[in-house]
Design a protein around this ligand. Structure first.
Ligand code: GDP
Length: 691
């Protein structure tokens, strides 16, 4: 029938994807023999190509799991290294080089490794076979080799020659079979010689009568028998010019002519098996038989694996179906949903608050630059305690100077680039909201998707940036010429700026407190501050610029002292301005020159409200509309299957879940294939029995 092996080889390749455990191993033919017994030559004769590593420096260091696939419908011959992703290598000398490199990658110190190399050869000229080539047994350990090497090779071979594998024990005819390491190893694991095929190489090196006697050996009987081969061409200078295929056909010719020239010993009536062709047929037949008889036990093992996977799926994952695509789609939906919720909560009022906060800061900066740097006395319009009044003459509100001060401040406020500022503030806030939504989503564990989503947001925001900031700038233009504040707006500004000043005062006081703790207490800070104050007034002459320290204080301490003096003065002024704002004079817009803080606050509010109208249309609505679409584009259909898989597997929990499902599916597939094979087998047996 010979279909079974092919099918089983297919099944094996599926099982390899499952992550084959030893219980799932399908039978292979394991090739063992001592070094130079002719092992490589036999394998190459079976494959019909020279492809194995050659050289004196122990070149087979890793098991080579060689799968031969017969492809009768195609002329092409090629090899594949599935683990390396190397496909369709048609040049067998390149296969040989790759194998040599893979073997020599095992260090001299280790010398052997049990990590197998997988190689599949497709050709119309090979039988369907699964062979494993192992490092040759050595008699003596070489100079640069580890002492325990002999032992290591032997252990590695022992691992592979276990049932259900078939053992191909190679011995050379010119060495007494009693001394054959391969046969000795085989006898240890297969004492009755049930699953060992004996191959006797170099038949041309012994007398034909003696050769025939070896093949008829009764001392070490093997149920599957011995096959004698000659797998080396006679020396001939012409051979060097031959291609590898010709070389092998020359070998075959030589072998044929050798055996047929001794018909008495090796002819059809001699009762011995000889020749590579005979060997190939035997291997196919034996493997097929072995596969067939292990069908039941293997499918039992697979069923058990499947049960375990099913159980894990049920217990760990509640039978919840999952695919990389569905995971991505669900995650994306959930994210879009959370974004929608955010969009409902973040609108004009929130933008206005953000922007106003930013403008409040600008107002404080303007005040500091244009008003608060004046001697305190100039600004005080407040009724203070009687003893203080003498020091604080009032500023003259009808003075043109104060008019110009306020006009210049208002103009600076409207011209600071509100368009750009507003757009930046809102864009940045949207970006950081998207980021925090991401952190609370499935995507938190997926760097690839996180990046895609952040890029989606920034792309839209960047695209809208210039037009939005231009529009906003345009629409606030009228305020650059005149700011009309109504009494209602004034009242709101007065109340609001009070809050802002209070907050600023608290910040100053907190910063002072922090400085105190840094320099080591209030008293210490006071001392430095007093020194700084005195040196400012000129009461003390500080040598140099004071950078290297003065008055017994270090430079660092003096620096802190100056900072503290600044904060104290700022706090004093703010305290005073707070009182001013609260005072009656500031109750009405009529006194706006007394109360620049209130006026600027009202102006900032107008700017913020107007800007927000346009931000809403130009930026926010556009963003809310386009962002989910951009997400679909970047994480939706146009991602390749591989990208989706890669995405899903970034999360270890999801990876495990997907793996269990995949394992389950593959095992189900394998089991189904096995079942139909078994039926096929059963039918065949019935036919044979019936016929
Ligand atoms: P390995 O070390 O067991 O893989 O052995 P090789 O296949 O490399 O063969 C060892 C040596 O024996 C090489 O020089 C081969 O050319 C030679 N050899 C292999 N088979 C035969 C054979 O059938 N007849 C003769 N005369 N030499 C052979």
């Amino acid at each position: 029938m010979m279909v079974l092996t092919k099918k089983m080889i297919e099944i094996r390749s599926i099982l390899q994807k499952v992550g084959q455990s030893s219980s799932l191993a399908l039978p292979s033919i394991v090739v063992i023999g001592s070094q130079s017994s002719g092992k490589s030559s036999v394998l190459e004769a079976i494959v019909g190509h020279e492809f194995l590593p050659k050289g004196s420096n122990m070149v087979t260091r890793r098991p080579i799991e060689l799968t031969l696939v017969n492809t009768p419908e195609s002329e092409e011959e090629y090899g594949e290294f599935p683990d390396l992703g190397l496909r369709r290598v048609t040049d067998f000398s390149s296969i040989q080089r790759t194998l040599t490199e893979l073997n020599l990658a095992v260090s001299d110190a280790d010398c052997v490794s049990d990590d197998p190399i997988h190689l599949t050869v497709y050709s119309p000229n090979v039988p369907d076979l699964s062979l494993i080539d192992l490092p040759g047994y050595i008699q003596v350990v070489g100079q640069n080799q580890p002492l325990e090497l002999k032992q290591k090779i032997s252990e590695l071979c022992d691992k592979y020659i276990q049932p259900p594998n078939v053992i191909l024990a190679i011995s050379a005819a010119d060495v007494d079979l009693a001394n054959s390491t391969a046969l000795r190893a085989s006898r240890r694991v297969d004492p009755r010689g049930e699953r060992t095929i004996g191959v006797v190489t170099k038949m041309d090196l012994v007398d034909p009568t003696r050769g025939a006697a070896i093949l008829n050996d009764k001392q070490y009987p093997l149920r599957l028998g011995y096959v004698g081969v000659v797998s080396k061409a006679p020396q001939s200078p012409g051979l060097f010019k031959m291609g590898p295929t010709n070389l092998l056909s020359a070998i075959a010719k030589h072998e044929n002519s050798f055996f047929s020239s001794h018909p008495l010993e090796f002819g059809p009536d001699a009762g011995v098996n000889v020749g590579t062709t005979t060997l190939r047929k035997k291997l196919m037949h034996v493997l097929e038989q072995t596969m067939s008889s292990s069908l039941q036990s293997t499918s039992d093992a697979i069923r058990q694996e499947l049960e375990e996977a099913t159980y894990e799926f049920k217990v760990q994952y509640n039978d919840r179906p999952l695919s990389a695509e569905s995971y991505l789609a669900e995650s994306l939906d959930a994210f879009k949903h959370s974004f929608k919720q955010f969009a409902e909560e973040f609108g004009r009022p929130q933008m206005r608050e953000l922007l106003k906060g930013e403008l409040d800061q600008k107002v404080l900066d303007l005040m500091a630059a244009r008003y608060w740097n004046k001697p305190i006395a100039d600004l005080s319009v407040v009724q203070l305690e009687p003893d203080q009044i003498a020091d604080l003459p009032k500023a003259d509100p009808s003075s043109l100077y104060w008019h110009r001060q306020l006009d210049a401040s208002a103009s600076a406020l409207t011209k600071l680039g509100v368009g750009r500022l507003a757009t930046t503030v809102v864009s940045t806030s949207l970006q950081s909201h998207v980021d925090s939504l991401l952190k609370n989503s499935h995507f938190a564990t997926h760097p690839f998707a996180r990046k895609a989503i952040m890029e989606a947001a920034s792309t839209i925001l960047n695209e809208r940036f210039y037009s939005t900031s231009d529009q906003v700038e345009n629409c606030i233009k009228p305020f650059k010429f005149e700011i009309d504040v109504e009494e209602r707006e004034w009242a709101q500004g007065r109340q609001h700026v009070g809050v802002v000043l209070k907050k600023e005062l608290q910040d100053c006081e907190a910063a002072l407190g922090h400085l105190e703790s840094i320099v080591g207490g209030r008293r210490k800070l006071k001392e430095v501050m007093t020194f700084v104050d005195k040196s400012r007034k000129g009461d003390i002459v500080v040598e140099g610029d004071g950078r290297s320290g003065a008055g017994g204080f270090s430079a660092a301490l003096l620096g802190k002292g100056r900072e503290a003096v600044f904060l104290r003065d700022r706090a004093d002024i703010i305290r005073m301005r707070l009182m001013a704002v609260k005072s009656k004079q500031c109750a009405s817009i009529k006194n706006k020159y007394y109360c620049p803080e209130v006026f600027l606050d009202a102006a900032a509010s107008k700017l913020a409200s107007t800007a927000v109208l346009f931000l809403n249309v130009e930026l926010l609505s556009e963003f809310y509309y386009n962002f989910p679409r951009e997400l679909d584009l970047r994480l939706g259909r146009h991602l390749s299957q591989e990208e989706v898989e890669q995405f899903a597997k970034e999360d270890p929990k999801i990876r495990r879940h997907l793996e269990v499902i995949r394992r389950k599916e593959l095992l189900e597939l394998v089991l189904e294939k096995m079942e139909s094979l078994k039926q096929l087998e059963g039918r065949d047996r019935d036919r044979v029995a019936g016929g």
